[in-house]
Design a protein around this ligand. Structure first.
Ligand code: ATP
Ligand code: MG
Length: 566
């Protein structure tokens, strides 16, 4: 696990290696100083936090250099792509604050152009129709240590290839029976250059072009040329495409078209989660989670529903930086980014998650006082609210201990604490049920301590939160933990899968938390800090009018760091 990088404000003016490349390009007036980047998702799943890194990087560079940022869907595989994903991806990119203005593109819009380019390569003797099936092609391909073998179809004449390619397009041959391949070098040490497939036959309905094509270009024959068509100046992609670069170069050079500069960076990996779209899809389809937007998912939709803000995600991406070497970032850094944001902006409230009844014996029955509470202790401009105080209250079960050690500064029989914004109370007695569980505390309050200080100067060490039992709003609260139990939930060599590492306790649903009354009207999509309990977000999907459901976005401190120190 890599140590988390310094916060950006500590980094000073240092610039990442991509910014440095662009600085140099601009000094040399390359592309007349223009910077155009793009984010090129395949619409075959929902975006995750790794994609957010790429979006922030690409849109951030365009913004920094007064350039342009495109959104382009690389939609070349109709079997796995759907409009649902296109819509969700656009929503997520927009939500992250990246603006493609009027530059929304689809690789499928370039199908005619790509086809014309394929024909041009055939005419130039640089592409051929091959009749090998997938297994045979694999056999011919060779390995990293052995060169591949040329097949008999490689020597077909351009005329024959043009005819066959035309008939592939016309639907004369069955799916998978033929491919169009680039004629490069079957002995190249780079396997991507061993006559890669440019077109395959596939009768599948495409989300944009419908049934007008039965041949589809490969990703490799599409991606670089799409960047070229859009005049992308800096084509930024993840490291696994480094050895595809010579192929993209070969296509652009053979076609004599504009040549974008490709720059590779390391993809983001996060601990305690998975980032592969295949695995995320499996979690959804096998119902290990509630959907793509389950608040435990590392998807943008899941993080948003958990209560992450786009500002926090941008700040996280900024902080982790951009590097050439692969590493895994500790999930704690993502949580830290949202804490930092919500600490500044979330109004405070009191919510008791696991209620224990308290009866204040010397407080008059039927009386209610409305006490003033600050909405944010450091931001007086966020104002105040009032909370009702009465004879019967709820506090957290955890805030009472029958056999309390000396250093337990909360309640126990004979001990005194401060109720936040209210009074000092002293526990005088307890009530137990037949199995010996404490069900109620009997207490007294000191009327002279209103506001939290004793006129005689006596001190209490503990301050706890509370709600008035008669007035409290009843609400469902969901507490989340990591989706996986281990830092690196990979498939195991013993044949186990990443699913074996799922955390069976990744969500805890509390049906009847007791919250201060105003929270009954909390709007879906709003944030609160429940004092001492963490940051909470009103679930936009499951909440109903007057019946909010609260997702815990994050605890107040990094509880995981505490655990590992013990
Ligand atoms: P796959 O290609 O296996 O379906 P993918 O995650 O690469 O999955 P794409 O839709 O191709 O999905 O990704 C779009 C862009 O996001 C690509 O440019 C890719 O490099 C980038 N990207 C994907 N995952 C990460 C990650 N973990 N960190 C940074 N960038 C990423
Ligand atoms: Mg990809």
């Amino acid at each position: 696990m890599s140590t988390p990088p310094e916060k950006s404000e500590d980094k000073g003016p240092s610039r990442n290696f991509i910014q440095q490349i662009i600085d140099t390009d601009r000094v040399a007036s390359k592309n007349n100083g223009l910077v155009r980047t793009r984010f090129p998702p395949e619409p075959n799943g929902y975006l995750h936090i790794g994609h957010a890194k790429s979006i922030c990087l690409n849109a951030g560079l365009a913004h920094e250099f007064n350039g342009e940022f495109n959104l382009r869907f690389d939609d070349t595989n109709p079997a796995k792509e759907e409009q649902e994903y296109v819509d969700a991806i656009m929503e997520d990119v927009r939500w992250l604050g990246a603006d493609w203005e009027d530059r929304l593109y689809f690789a499928s819009d370039y199908f005619d152009q790509l086809h014309a380019w394929a024909v041009r390569l055939i005419e130039a003797g640089k592409a051929y129709v091959c009749d090998l099936n997938a297994d045979q092609m694999r056999e011919h391909r060779g390995t990293l240590t052995e060169p591949g073998k040329e097949c008999q179809y490689r020597m077909r004449s351009p005329e024959e290839n043009l005819d066959l390619f035309e008939r592939m397009k016309a639907g004369e041959f069955p799916d998978g029976s033929r491919t169009l391949r680039a004629k490069i070098d079957m002995a190249s040490p780079n396997l991507n250059l061993r006559d890669p497939v440019m077109y395959r036959i596939k009768r599948a309905h495409h989300h944009r072009t419908g049934d007008s094509w039965c041949i589809y270009p490969s990703y490799d024959f599409t991606h670089g040329q799409s960047d070229s068509i859009e005049k992308v100046t800096h084509s930024i992609c993840t490291l696994e495409f480094e050895n595809h670069r010579p192929l993209y170069d070969w296509f652009c050079e053979s076609l004599g078209i504009y040549h974008p500069q490709q720059i590779e960076f390391a993809r983001l990996n996060l601990s305690y989660t998975v980032m592969s779209k295949r695995k995320l899809l499996q979690l959804v389809t096998e119902k290990h989670v509630g959907g793509w937007d389950d608040p435990r998912m590392p998807t943008i939709g899941g993080l948003r529903r958990r209560g992450y803000t786009s500002a926090a995600i941008r700040s996280f991406c900024d902080r982790i930086g951009v590097a050439k070497a692969a590493s895994t970032i500790d999930m704690a850094w993502l949580e830290d980014a949202i804490r930092e944001d919500l600490n500044q902006h979330a109004p405070r409230a009191m919510g008791v998650l696991r209620p224990l009844k308290v009866v204040i014996e010397n407080y008059p029955e039927g009386e209610v006082e409305y006490l003033e509470a600050a909405n944010h202790p450091q931001n007086p401009e966020m104002g105040t609210r009032t909370v009702p105080f009465s004879r019967e209250l709820y506090i957290e079960q955890d805030d009472f201990k029958e056999d309390a050690p000396k250093k337990f500064f909360r309640l126990s029989v004979g001990r005194e604490v401060r109720l936040r914004y209210a009074y000092f109370i002293t526990c005088t007695d307890i009530v137990k049920d037949s199995s010996g569980n404490v069900t109620e505390l009997r207490c007294t309050y000191d009327p002279a301590t209103q506001g939290g200080n004793a006129p005689d100067g006596r001190k209490v060490k503990g301050t706890i939160h509370w709600v008035s039992a008669d007035h409290a709003a009843n609400a469902e609260v969901r507490l989340y933990d990591h989706l996986f139990r281990v830092e690196n939930p990979n498939d195991t060599p013993e044949g186990g899968t990443f699913l074996d590492h799922l955390n069976p306790n990744s969500v805890e649903q509390i049906a009847n938390a007791q919250l201060e009354p105003a929270l009954a009207a909390a709007q879906p999509g709003s944030h609160f800090q429940f004092e001492r309990n963490g940051y909470f977000f009103v679930d936009p999907v499951d909440s109903a009018t007057g019946k909010p459901v609260f997702n815990r976005t994050a605890t107040l401190r990094d509880t995981w760091a505490k655990l590992s120190k013990r």
